[in-house]
Design a protein. Structure first.
Length: 403
């Protein structure tokens, strides 16, 4: 089986992509040959090169013929918008030229390699990714999109996209799909993993002296303003400054709930969320994340993985954006700022469901299925059998190989 992988030289995306490829090989039990394309040179250990029959291609060494794609219909507008949102200082002309160069390079690569499968990390935020998706779709080559998993030590995969663009996010009835494997014990393993790892995807030294209010509080974990989930899947919350300012104003009008805000671990020390004075809010920069979630009256998030952790812990959840867990009656989903205020003022955040047991069981079923069918674990062997079986089933269906 011939596989082309596109991933930028960033530690986690590279490592997670390699783990997925190893799982792909193990689940199919057939030889695979991998051509990995990156934006910079990556030094791989010999065992990875041998195990995956890894070939390597570096875009920087390629001189494209841009004339080939002058008449190609390009979906450039989205890439220009992404560049602006991320603060990249490139003109529209530079972005178009860059995209065309990638298109030319990938057309050359795929025509020469003739892969059975293309694997792309994220596939949304940069022409380095999106142009490969464009070429592969034109050549009708199946694509698997990768992203960090929703629980520690896992990678998420899907044939349609990541986050809300995935088959799970786009299909509100995904949970009822006939092809999904289901094992109720998966939820128990997942909850055990969360309890052992502390609930976060980014490993930190935990300070047990956490800053937690005595009174009931809404826990609001921040996301990065450059998070693709926030850029594309948040209809009315466009950055963290906007929602923090609103929460601070609401609290100053004697809202009885406290707001406990947690800084994002990957934000720099001089990030505005750490420097500006939102005097009515309580901030937490570190501490026991799991205990913070457990003690919260409600967890409010745009669409972060902490929302998924709160699902595992069966908390009251207010979700402000689109995600894999939105639209499925798993949490409260206000459609505007005014609806959020009404929820919090009238304390309707308690009333997500008239049948709490049914809600809990629905959440467990969703967690079982998404972890079994769209995740690969590279730390927890108890999950591998069902995950590898589901991956093989999907590959066989899409590619008709390894059956």
């Amino acid at each position: 089986m011939n596989v082309v992988v596109v991933v930028q030289k960033i530690k986690d995306p590279v490592n997670y992509s390699i783990e997925f490829l190893r799982a792909l090989k193990s689940s199919l039990d057939i030889p695979i040959t991998v051509t990995l394309i990156s934006d910079h040179i990556i030094d791989f250990p010999d065992d990875i090169i041998v195990d995956l029959k890894l070939n390597y291609s570096n875009f920087e060494a390629f001189i494209p013929n841009t004339e080939e794609f002058i008449n190609t219909q390009l979906n450039i507008q989205k890439q220009i918008a992404v560049s602006k949102k991320l603060g990249r200082r490139k003109s529209s002309e530079e972005i178009i030229l860059e995209h065309m160069k990638f298109l030319s390079f990938y057309d050359y690569c795929l025509s020469k390699i003739k892969p059975d499968l293309v694997v792309v990390w994220n596939g949304i935020t940069h022409s380095f990714q999106t142009s490969m998706v464009e070429v592969a779709q034109e050549k009708k080559i199946p694509i698997i999109f990768l992203e960090r998993g929703l629980i520690p030590g896992t990678v998420f995969y899907d044939f349609e996209g990541v986050n809300f663009e995935s088959s799970i996010g786009k299909n509100i009835n995904w949970q009822q799909s006939d092809h999904l494997l289901n094992d109720p014990s998966v939820y128990d393993y997942v909850k055990d993993i969360i309890n052992k790892t502390g609930g976060g995807l980014v490993e930190l030294e935990v300070n047990k002296n956490i800053n937690i209010p005595i009174d009931p509080y809404v826990f609001f974990p921040l996301q990065r303003d450059t998070d693709s989930n926030l850029l594309f899947n948040s209809p009315y919350i466009k950055n963290m400054f906007y929602i923090l300012s609103i929460l601070n104003q609401w609290k100053s009008t004697n809202l009885d709930l406290e707001f406990l805000v947690r800084s994002h671990p990957e934000d720099p020390e001089k990030h505005y969320t750490k420097l500006l004075d939102f005097d009515e809010l309580i901030f937490q920069s570190d501490g026991d994340l799991l205990e913070t979630i457990k003690r919260a009256h409600t967890v409010m998030t745009v669409n972060s993985t902490i929302g998924f952790t709160a699902l595992i812990l069966d908390k009251n959840i207010i979700s402000l954006g689109n995600s894999v867990y939105s639209g499925k009656k798993l949490c409260i989903e206000p459609k505007s700022i005014d609806e959020i205020q009404e929820l919090l003022v009238l304390r309707k955040d308690d009333n997500i469901s008239d049948d709490r047991l049914a809600l809990t069981n629905n959440r467990k079923d969703f967690i079982n299925k998404i972890i079994a069918n769209n995740h690969i674990s590279f730390r927890y062997n108890a999950l591998k059998n069902i995950q590898f079986k589901s991956l093989k089933n999907q590959i066989v269906e899409k590619l008709n190989v390894g059956s």
